[in-house]
Design a protein around this ligand. Structure first.
Ligand code: HEM
Length: 259
């Protein structure tokens, strides 16, 4: 149904209550609209995770490469950094709040639950989306406290003194003194309990993404005999790539391959 009448001599004329704002409000309060928003914000967050993983893999190219890259992101892109951070936060908040809201709406609509749960249709990853999602949220908060704010753990220097992660300097080949992100990552994953925590959280993130990606693609219309298996395969392939990439960093530092 058209939302506007076209006036041949002027701008679009909207019938009362049929404006784009009214359409957006109806869309945002409908279950279908909210599911589409959860799916699209989720897919955009996956985009961030892929970029973040590729950047972090620079740890395998040595301190100069990782520290130069981190310095570029934090100092050379100016206001773009804050725009990207604000966008990322908005994506996280929209995704989490709407997913929790939809879960609550479904629980209110069916307070008693199914007499017989059809396990053939609901896989374990799909039944545990809420929990794997909440652990990922908690992990993200810990991860920010750990690496972005340096609150969770200190780095031990050769003489035994413990310093804040953010007070580790590194001198680039051109003489610029920057934050030593490389040594910070080594200090983090060189600590067994931190590595173990990351491994468990990456595994739960893998399960969340594996199901989440295919579910988002299906919400966006990728359904049918050919598309449903393709969405499933793509979901697990992307989730698997992020899992292996992130795990490689943790294990390489833990095992002493990256020093
Ligand atoms: C083993 C895998 C990971 C490693 C090695 C890693 C490493 C890092 C490091 C070193 C920083 C701080 C960068 C700096 O201060 O210069 C950071 C920031 C961040 N990480 Fe990760 N990360 C990993 C996985 C993840 C995952 C799975 C998520 C999300 C679920 C995530 C989300 C973030 C966010 C949101 C930031 C803040 C970005 C900003 O400062 O704007 N990271 N990560």
């Amino acid at each position: 149904m058209s939302t506007a009448a076209i006036n041949p001599k002027g701008p679009r004329v909207y019938a009362a209550g049929n404006t784009p704002a009214a359409w957006a409000s109806t869309y945002l309060t409908s279950t279908v609209g909210q599911k589409i928003l959860v799916g699209t914000t989720g897919l955009l967050l996956v985009g961030f995770l892929i970029g973040h993983m590729i950047g972090n893999l620079k740890v395998f190219s040595g301190p100069e490469s990782l520290n130069r890259y981190a310095y570029f992101l934090k100092h050379d892109i100016g206001a773009l950094l804050w725009i990207a951070r604000a966008g990322l936060l908005a994506l996280f908040v929209t995704h989490v709040v709407l997913a929790l809201y939809l879960k609550r709406k479904a629980a209110v609509a069916r307070p008693v639950g199914y007499h017989k749960y059809r396990t053939a249709q609901a896989s374990l990853p799909s039944k545990t989306m809420l929990w794997t999602g909440l652990v990922t949220l908690a992990f993200t908060v810990f991860h920010l406290a750990h690496y972005t704010f340096g609150w969770a753990h200190g780095a031990t220097l050769a003489d035994g003194t413990v310093v804040n992660y953010l007070d580790l300097p590194y001198t680039l080949a051109d003489g610029t003194v920057v934050h030593d992100v490389y040594r910070m990552v080594l200090a983090g994953f060189g600590t067994p309990w931190i590595s173990a925590l990351y491994v468990v959280c990456q595994l739960l993130l893998f399960i969340h993404l594996g199901h989440g990606i295919q579910s988002a693609l299906q919400t966006l219309g990728l359904v049918g005999k050919r598309f449903t298996p393709a969405a499933k395969a793509l979901g697990w392939a992307v989730a698997g790539t992020i899992f292996v990439g992130n795990l490689a960093i943790v294990v390489a530092v833990w095992a002493g391959y990256v020093k």
